[in-house]
Design a protein around this ligand. Structure first.
Ligand SMILES: *Cc1c(COP(=O)(O)O)cnc(C)c1O
Length: 418
């Protein structure tokens, strides 16, 4: 069984300490979850989270950075472990991994970045400096350079700070005509926020066409927008000059990694703006050999995953949760799939709050404070809770089903007694 390799190498991981023990704890969890509760579990003291006194959580919510994104699968741990055992020239590794990733995805060029946010800063820098060493050294002082990035007002969000890091001013527009008028000699980039594509008036295709017409590079932040797999190349094929993805969300690469995909000249410029080059805006956005190797292995894995089977397995787990609460009076369940970002099956659980004397927020707190701690979505608009199996470990669905049922049943009892 392939997993026995993991058991064997675990001791090595632990012996090497630091980052590798964190990875080992992940492989431990994968291992023990696969092997079932009867298998020998590592001693408690070996687990990094126990040693730190940090609680582990069941993730019934999806890919959220504050919740550490996703868990790296064994293939990724293995690639990171192997990378950690040898010295290489970092740039040579970065270029080699980028070349392979670009080939696999059918895009012109690629690089591993420090997350989607790092990719956003490097993309903006690349559009401004090109490969000019003097400009690369001077930014964010933009004297004599392009200083504006055009964005739809509805696409503004906290992550655009990563664009503003380069010193540019974001010029907000609403209609296509406004966007057309906003473009001038100072426009460095047209920035699109993929998750907001249904919130603004300008479509992905129109944004690309606008950039082409005015010869201004277009960038799409698609950080959380796999699955589906095709998204990894859809936006480049559509004509975006640069596209960013998070490595540590659906792709299940290292949490601090990401991808910047697009035009060869711009990726080369982004690399020049980045670590290990010292006098650059990207020097603090370092990706090490472990992250580059891990990201490479994560993309390789993602291309092989049976996405249909995975989707069905998520749905089956949701069924377990639905079944556990279906007999509780007033409790309703309903499936949904968010349009963009965490585009995977979810179940929404709602109930008569007066009848159970319990708000969704109170229920979520009980799940979160219980043992084991479960983190789910609180759906303010629909007045319920949301659950997805997307980021669950094997067996987590049973724990979630049992605990959710217990909290709802207990609330009902209290209410009927009171
Ligand atoms: C998560 C996210 C980011 C940041 O991604 P990191 O990989 O954590 O840097 C940027 N934009 C959007 C829309 C995101 O969801």
């Amino acid at each position: 069984m392939a997993l026995s390799r993991w058991r064997f190498s675990r001791r090595q991981f632990v012996a090497e300490g630091g980052l590798l023990s964190a990875l080992a704890s992940i492989s431990d969890r994968l291992f023990s979850a696969e092997a079932g509760p009867a298998a020998a579990r590592p001693k408690k003291s070996a687990n990094i989270y126990d040693r730190l006194g940090v609680r582990t959580r069941i993730n019934a919510k999806g890919t959220y950075t504050y919740l550490t994104g996703s868990l790296v699968p064994p293939e990724v741990v293995q690639a990171m472990h192997q990378a950690a055992e040898h010295y290489v020239y970092l740039e040579e590794l970065q270029i080699a991994a980028g070349k392979k990733i670009a080939e696999w995805l059918g895009v012109e060029a690629a690089m591993v970045t420090s997350g989607a946010a790092g990719a956003m800063t490097l993309a903006t820098a690349a559009c401004i400096t090109g490969k000019d060493p003097d400009k690369i050294r001077r930014i964010p002082d933009l004297t004599g350079m392009r200083t504006e990035v055009v964005v739809q007002k509805s696409h503004r969000n906290g992550f655009d700070h990563a664009v503003r890091n380069v010193g540019v001013r974001l010029v907000e527009v609403e209609s296509l005509e406004e966007a057309e008028q906003a473009i001038n000699a100072a426009t460095a980039m047209l920035y699109y926020s993929n998750f907001a594509q249904n919130m603004g008036r300008i479509s992905l295709e129109q944004w690309v066409a606008l950039g082409k017409k005015h010869s201004v590079p277009t960038f799409n932040d698609a950080a959380a927008d796999v699955p589906p797999l095709s998204h990894l190349s859809d936006y480049n094929k559509m004509g975006f000059d640069l596209v960013a993805f998070s490595g540590g969300k659906g792709l299940r690469g290292p949490q601090c990694a990401g991808l910047l995909l697009g035009r060869k000249d711009l990726i080369e410029a982004a690399l020049l703006n980045s670590n290990p080059n010292e006098d650059t805006i990207g020097r603090g956005m370092k990706v090490g050999k472990e992250e580059i190797a891990g990201m490479y292995a994560a993309v390789e894995r993602y291309l092989k995953v049976n996405h249909d089977a995975e989707w069905k397995a998520w749905e089956k787990k949701l069924e377990t949760i639905e079944r556990s609460v279906s007999s509780i009076p007033s409790v309703r369940t309903e499936r949904y799939v968010p349009d963009v970002a965490n585009h995977v099956p979810h179940v929404r659980v709602t109930w008569d709050q007066a009848a159970l004397g319990l708000t969704p927020q109170e229920c979520a707190s009980k799940l979160e404070q219980g043992d084991p701690s479960i983190v789910c979505l609180v759906d303010e608009k629909e007045k319920g809770l949301g659950f997805t199996a997307y980021m669950m470990q094997p067996g987590d669905e049973l724990t979630v089903a049992r605990r959710l049922r217990a909290v709802l049943v207990e609330a009902g009892k209290k209410q009927s007694q009171g």
